[in-house]
Design a protein around this ligand. Structure first.
Ligand code: SF4
Length: 227
C-alpha cells in the first residue's frame, strides 16, 4: 500500500467496517473521544511481560518502544535473526508497505515458531485474522514457520486482591494457513478502498459494536441524523 503504513490493527479495523478503516486513515480527528483506562492498560502490559519472561527468559526486544519506528523495528528484527538469539519479542516484518508485529518469535532449529498473546476476553476472530496476516508477511520474508500458537491468558482477583494468572497454549497453524487466499483478496480490496476519494456509504448497525465498539460511532450517528 504505497505511502501508507498498514499493520495488524488496521486489518482488524477494516475487517469490521470499511468505513471505519477509511475514516481512521484519512480523518483520524473524527474519532470519538475515548477515555482509556490507563490502570487496566498498565496491568495488561505487566501481565504480558510476566508471561513472556516466564515462558521465554532469554528474549531480545525489537518493538517500536525500543526502536522508535516500524522501519527501525524491521531492521532490528533482521539483525537479531542473523544473530544466535533464540527468541525475539515484538518481532517486526514488512512486505511492501505492510508491517506486522509478532509478540514472540522463537527459534526451533532452522524454523521459527510464532506466539501471539491474547486475553481470554479478546474476540477469537481477531486471533485468527492477526495470525493469518502475520503468516502471509512471514512467508513473503522467506521465514519458515514451524508452528503458530496462541497463548490465551485469563486473570482473576483472589480474596487478597492479588491477580491470579492462568494460560493455555493453543496451536492455530491450521486456521491461519487455511485463510491465506481470503486474506489476499481482502488486502487487495483494502488497497483500493484506501485510494478512493469518498467516504464509503455505510450506515451504523449491529456491526458497529461487534466484535469491538467502533470509535467513529458518534461521528456516524451524527452524520446519519443530518442526512
Ligand atoms: S460507527 Fe459503524 S458504520 Fe460507522 S465507521 Fe464505525 S463501524 Fe462503520
Amino acid at each position: 500500500m504505497e505511502n501508507l503504513i498498514f499493520t495488524n490493527s488496521a486489518l482488524i479495523r477494516a475487517n469490521q467496517c470499511n468505513k471505519s478503516y477509511y475514516l481512521n486513515l484519512h480523518y483520524p480527528e473524527l474519532r470519538d473521544e475515548v477515555h482509556e483506562n490507563h490502570r487496566s492498560l498498565l496491568e495488561r502490559r505487566k501481565i504480558i511481560a510476566k508471561l513472556t519472561n516466564h515462558l521465554f527468559p532469554k528474549g531480545k526486544y525489537a518493538g517500536i518502544d525500543v526502536t522508535g519506528s516500524c522501519e527501525m523495528s524491521y531492521a532490528h528484527t533482521k539483525d537479531i535473526i542473523t544473530s544466535d538469539a533464540e527468541t525475539i519479542f515484538n518481532a517486526c516484518f514488512k512486505y511492501n508497505d505492510m508491517f506486522c508485529f509478532i509478540d514472540v518469535l522463537h527459534r526451533d532449529r532452522d524454523k521459527w515458531n510464532a506466539f501471539e498473546i491474547w486475553d481470554k476476553k479478546d474476540p477469537n476472530s481477531h486471533i485468527i485474522l492477526t495470525g493469518t496476516y502475520q503468516h502471509f508477511i512471514l512467508q513473503k520474508n522467506g521465514i519458515t514457520l514451524g508452528n503458530y500458537y496462541s497463548i490465551v491468558y485469563n486473570t482473576t482477583r483472589n480474596n487478597d486482591d492479588v491477580i491470579d494468572l492462568t494460560y493455555d497454549i493453543v496451536p492455530i497453524k491450521n486456521q491461519v494457513t487455511e485463510y491465506q487466499q481470503n486474506l489476499c483478496q481482502k488486502l487487495s480490496e483494502i488497497k483500493k478502498l484506501a485510494k478512493q476519494n469518498s467516504i464509503p456509504e455505510i450506515n451504523p448497525g449491529k456491526h458497529c459494536s461487534v466484535p469491538n465498539k467502533c470509535d467513529f460511532y458518534n461521528y456516524c450517528k451524527f452524520s446519519e441524523n443530518n442526512n
